[in-house]
Design a protein. Structure first.
Length: 89
């Protein structure tokens, strides 16, 4: 099962800058198990609308069955890793 973590962000978003190091660290540890995608909501409004992103940062964890969990605001690593495991990573 493929697991994807989509990080919806913008360059002007302060909390997104707080989220970045958490995700970068996770990306190293989960390499090969999880695909990490950074989606700039200013450049990809269509994707943000598809996922109904209303505020950022928003993180969506999904697998082959669809969205497993969604987080709005800065999210701690433990919560994200729990969602990745639940998604089958």
């Amino acid at each position: 099962m493929s697991v994807t973590l989509k990080d919806f962000y913008a360059d002007w978003c302060g909390p997104c800058k707080t989220q970045d190091p958490i995700l970068e660290e996770m990306e190293d540890d989960w390499e090969g198990d999880v695909e990490f995608e950074k989606i700039d909501v200013d450049e990809h409004q269509d994707v943000a609308n598809e996922y109904q992103v209303r505020s950022i940062p928003t993180i969506v964890v999904e697998n082959d069955d669809g969205v497993v969990e969604r987080f709005v605001g800065v999210t701690q690593r433990d919560d994200l890793e729990d969602a990745l495991e639940e998604a089958g990573a």
